[in-house]
Design a protein around this ligand. Structure first.
Ligand code: SAM
Length: 345
């Protein structure tokens, strides 16, 4: 069986990297077919695995906007016949809407929606069209001259990333990253539900909120009491209960338990924001402090500015960089997202 994923196109690599990381840590067995940027099919999923995989992916992914069960692959010549030959009673419950999305296809989306909708109505009893609140959503994706005919079984909570933007939280302080990127970084760290994730520069708790929402136990610390306190306020607000927060300098970090994942956005730029640690030394200090607090197979996912070379620093401590992605912020700043782990002996 197959799942059709429609991903964000706001970054050329991160959505796919995030999907790969979640599949790896959740042991999802499927082949990935990249149709084009933003359109992915997960193939060769066994029938038993389809629902559990569908649930995990909709719960976890940040840069994937929609996931559907793929019913049929079609093309321009066979589209109408294929729509008519599907037993829609297996997929549609009372009311439905057809929505068409195009990727490099020159079709009239409204006309295609109408045509498909009327063919479905003709071939299935006791259903009606409801364009505003359909119980079932038929998603058709057109790519070049191909059509992917799919049904949405589980809705992704698309509103979450809008509603959890930093300025909408009860405790706000400038510098918190956008929640989709925070979720993606949590996923890149390959952490699983129930495992312990640490952010030692927690600020307003943006990363911890995303980790808490996918079911991780979270720990945050920050050199400023005000930030540690703000993180607790924000975690409470999002209903996250399994957390601890501490007020400490990263150099003093000594965890009560080794963590399964570290995800963080260290401060950079001015020394006043780093607890008086000079320039890039904050990164060196951080790597030294974090190493012994991580399990041997734990991953660290962090952000840094392009002008800081992390390679010699991680190497000195015994880490290695396994993945890196650049996000252009403006003309003179690219943010680098690195996935790091302990060197294997
Ligand atoms: C870029 S912000 C993190 C933003 C955070 N991801 C959020 O969602 O709000 C960096 C944080 O590191 C904290 N910080 C600076 N120096 C530190 C140090 N030496 N030890 C621990 N925390 C420190 C700052 O107070 C700041 O809150």
């Amino acid at each position: 069986m197959e799942l059709l994923c429609i991903q964000s196109q706001e970054h050329p690599e991160l959505p796919l990297a995030e999907l790969n990381a979640v599949m790896e840590c959740e042991d999802i067995i499927a082949d990935i077919e990249v149709i084009t940027e933003g359109l992915i099919v997960l193939k060769n999923i066994s029938e038993d695995n389809l629902n559990p995989y569908y649930e995990i992916l909709t719960k976890r992914l940040g840069y994937t906007h929609e996931i559907h069960e793929l019913i049929r692959r079609s093309d321009a010549d066979n589209f109408e016949g294929d729509i008519s030959s599907i037993d829609w009673s297996e997929y549609i419950d009372e009311s439905f809407a057809v929505r068409v999305k195009r990727f490099h296809a020159k079709i009239d989306t409204v006309a295609t929606e109408r045509k498909a909708g009327s063919l479905i109505l003709e071939n299935c009893d006791d259903i009606k069209v409801n364009l505003t609140k359909p119980k079932s959503l038929v998603r058709i994706v057109a790519f070049e001259d191909k059509f992917f005919i799919a049904i949405e079984r589980i809705k992704l909570n698309k509103k979450h990333f809008e509603e959890s933007k930093p300025h909408k939280r009860p405790f706000f302080y400038p510098g918190s990253m956008n929640p989709k990127l925070a979720r993606c970084m949590v996923n890149l760290s390959r952490v699983k539900e129930g495992e312990l994730l640490l952010d030692p520069f927690c600020g307003t708790g943006g990363i911890l909120i995303e980790a808490g929402l996918i079911g991780c136990k979270v720990v945050g610390s920050d050199i400023y009491w005000k930030m540690k306190n703000g993180t607790s306020i924000n975690l409470d607000y999002y209903g996250i209960t399994d957390y601890r927060t501490f007020n400490l300098d990263v150099r003093e970090l000594k965890m009560y338990e080794k963590v399964a994942s570290v995800v963080t956005d260290p401060p950079y730029g001015i020394s006043t924001s780093t607890g008086d640690i000079d320039g890039d030394d904050i990164f060196k200090e951080f790597f030294h402090a974090i190493y012994d607090n991580m399990k041997d197979d734990a991953y660290l996912c962090m952000a840094s500015p392009h002008y800081v070379d992390l390679n010699p620093m991680v190497d000195e401590v015994g880490f290695e960089i396994v993945e890196q992605y650049g996000i252009k912020m403006h003309r003179s700043l690219t943010r680098i997202i690195s996935v790091i782990r302990k060197k294997l002996d």
